[in-house]
Design a protein around this ligand. Structure first.
Ligand code: 6R9
Length: 654
């Protein structure tokens, strides 16, 4: 980015006060900010008491060797005990932990007492396979209860898990198995996606032929789809129902150090080798439990929580597994896609289980907008009381649509900014405290320190843009990149002395609230102005005919970069009839919203956009298309045929 700050283009004046009834009963009030400001470490030490420790910590933060942090270092605990057993001991064994909804319509409700038995059996099975504290276990499963059980079983015996998205290729799986040196892989014959069984086991078989994966001695296979022709390697492959079901449902959890590794999770990494982000136990669980309690105002006795993420994404780790379960919540776990067998499937699930708190991603909200308002209108969504968003900046129009059409115009929407690296939510409104602004994550949560700086690391004044940095260590921070301390230092801690560089552009508005503007790598430089992709995308989405937009800067001889936009139209509208008129209208619309400098040079209506499995638009690939280059790495794409469609639409460069 050049010295000039990001142009502050978007004006958004809408405000929504917290509902009075929610504010009155809120788990967290404005006082928490005061308390954390007065004594940040004392605040986190108090939050750590949300957990049951085998040995209570007397230390909070050890920052003697920055940026390698230790939190609660002399404390000892068992993470799985905190997520399961203690609730049973507290008389909540009959409370439902998971309402599982399979894509074909099969369901299972699992109480905390049942979860305790399942996790104990799985832990005993892993022990029988020789897994010992510190050994890594790779988990490659669909969104079924065994995914949650496997993660907790690993945590219970101190074996860090490495969950790999069920949609990733054999190559991606092999790289991750090798990097973490996993000894056991837990998988399934397959899962259900878009109405069909989709096999998983063949990808494991293929991955295990790759060099560097020889240390995998066992593959534990859940039978989910029941497909017949499944390849089997005797002596290595074991059915879950053979091994796990015969184990004792008793297992005494052992206490581990607060800094014992809990999991490694690989970030998609736009270029280069994926980064194995390492999280540990006590600090991670403290912040995840607290944020789930504070940001979603979660009342475990009455709420039904639903985070629609995949467990293979950090959002699934923190807000399907560790946050809700450490808080004794009842939650929904759904295997499939939102449009199978029909486009109202999610809303039907909300109605069926009386979901009160829904946490999803902007990509899903924009898809629902595109499908039409009448679909959610056909279901009773009145149980909902808090809505959350994560994964990308949420365009103000999508935010307002979400509140209106899903939240019935009553629910607060919390836009939560965080990363795999941060482990848990960092910047977000609190539903009972903050007057929300559509499109802004607004304020660091209590106990978190973030700001926006310019190239020289100076804090920018209100009304200006720059880089988002975190200025103090936090309990659920990554501890390093697995096996690569130097890369940890280079990636996050070398750009600004003593501060964590998140890689995101951001601006502060006149009130000092933070707006996320997309990855710094995606910021465009147009005739000497830095323009954020997010703002141009939001301007496009505010046009009634646009459902979704992705904007990139393509090299241009006159202006350094030219703004090139890819748009998906609302409804099933066919643009071909008046495409050139519509494109002109959209260009004029952006110029009016943001100013002439932000007017896209080219706009291309497309049917789909390239996305990662967590719903993030892969602008890098669109840049390749716009600059007519060969496509870069597409292995983390949900559906690579999307790129063929887009390339076929692209007219020759003007
Ligand atoms: C949780 C998660 C992290 C990146 C992050 C940023 C983007 C996430 C956001 C957001 C704007 C939000 N991001 N939440 N941008 N507003 N509320 O998504 O983790 O997959 O590691 O991605 O996602 O760019 O840096 P991860």
């Amino acid at each position: 980015m050049s010295n000039e700050s990001l142009a502050n283009l978007l004006k958004e004046e809408r405000r929504f006060a917290p509902p009075a009834a929610l504010a009155e009963q809120a788990n967290v009030t404005a006082e928490a900010y005061e308390q954390a400001r007065a004594d940040r470490l004392g605040f986190w030490a108090e939050q750590a008491r949300r957990l049951s420790w085998h040995t209570e910590p007397t230390q909070t933060l050890d920052w003697s060797n920055p940026p390698f942090a230790k939190w609660f270092a002399d404390g000892r605990l068992n993470v799985a005990y905190n997520c399961v057993d203690r609730h049973v001991e507290n008389g909540l064994g009959d409370r439902v932990a998971l309402h599982f909804e399979g894509e074909p319509g099969d369901t299972r409700s699992i109480t905390y007492a049942q979860l305790q038995s399942e996790v104990s059996r799985a832990a005993n099975a892993l022990l029988e396979l020789g897994v010992r504290p510190g050994d890594r276990v790779a988990i490659y499963l669909p969104m079924i209860p065994e995914a949650v059980v496997s993660m907790l079983a690993c945590a219970r015996i101190g074996a860090p898990h490495s969950v790999v998205f069920g949609g990733f290729s054999a190559d991606a799986l092999a790289t991750r198995i090798k990097d973490a040196d996993a000894r056991v892989v837990i998988t399934a014959d397959g899962g259900f996606r878009r109405g069909k069984p989709s096999a998983l086991k063949p990808a494991v078989d293929e991955a295990l032929t790759r060099p560097g994966t020889e240390d995998v001695r066992s593959v534990l296979v859940v039978r989910r789809t029941g497909q017949e022709d499944i390849a089997w390697t005797e002596g290595r492959d074991l059915w879950w129902h053979d091994l796990v079901d015969r184990q004792s449902d008793r297992h005494v959890p052992e206490a581990f150090d607060a800094e014992h590794p809990l999991f490694i999770l690989y970030t998609s990494g736009t270029t280069g080798k994926p980064k194995g982000i390492l999280h540990t136990s006590g600090g991670y669980l403290t912040q995840i439990s607290y944020t789930h309690h504070a940001v979603f105002d979660l009342k475990p006795e009455s709420d039904v929580f639903w985070c629609t993420a995949d467990v293979g994404w950090v959002t699934g780790h923190s807000y399907i597994v560790y946050g809700p379960l450490s808080n004794g919540a009842t939650e929904v776990l759904y295997e499939g896609t939102p449009d199978t067998p029909h486009r109202g499937r999610w809303w039907e699930i909300v109605q069926k289980y009386g979901v009160t708190v829904l946490y999803t991603a902007p990509t899903a909200i924009r898809a629902a907008m595109k499908w039409g308002d009448d679909i959610p209108a056909g279901f009773d969504l009145s149980s909902l009381r808090v809505l959350g968003s994560v994964g990308e900046p949420i365009n103000p129009e999508a935010w307002v649509w979400y509140r209106e059409h899903i939240g019935g115009g009553r629910t607060p929407v919390v836009d939560t900014w965080w990363q795999t690296e941060t482990g848990g939510i960092m910047i977000s409104p609190l539903p009972g405290v903050t007057a929300t602004k559509p499109g802004s994550a607004q304020v660091p949560i209590p106990g978190i320190a973030a700001t926006v700086v310019d190239d020289e690391a100076r804090e920018v004044p209100n009304g200006s843009g720059g880089y988002l940095v975190l200025t103090e260590p936090w309990p659920s921070m990554l501890r390093t990149i697995w096996g690569d301390d130097q890369r940890f230092l280079d990636t996050y801690w070398s750009r600004f002395e003593g501060r964590y560089f998140a890689g995101d552009g951001a601006k502060k508005d006149d009130d000092g609230d933070i707006w996320l503007l997309g990855r710094v790598d995606d910021v465009m430089l147009v005739s000497g102005h830095n323009i954020s992709t997010t703002e141009v995308e939001s301007a496009l989405v505010s046009h009634p005919r646009v459902a979704e937009a992705a904007v990139v800067g393509a090299t241009d001889p006159q202006t350094t970069q030219a703004i090139c936009a890819f748009v998906i139209l609302r409804g099933d509208e066919d643009a071909s009839a008046d495409e050139s008129a519509l494109v002109e209208e959209l260009r004029a619309h952006v110029a009016k919203q943001l100013g002439p400098i932000a007017k896209p040079k080219r706009i291309l209506p497309v049917a789909e956009l390239p996305k990662t499995r967590s719903g993030k638009i892969m602008r890098r690939l669109l840049r390749d298309v716009a600059e007519q280059r060969t496509l870069g790495d597409v292995t983390t794409l949900t559906d690579s045929s999307v790129m063929d469609l887009i390339q076929a639409k692209l007219p020759a460069a003007p």
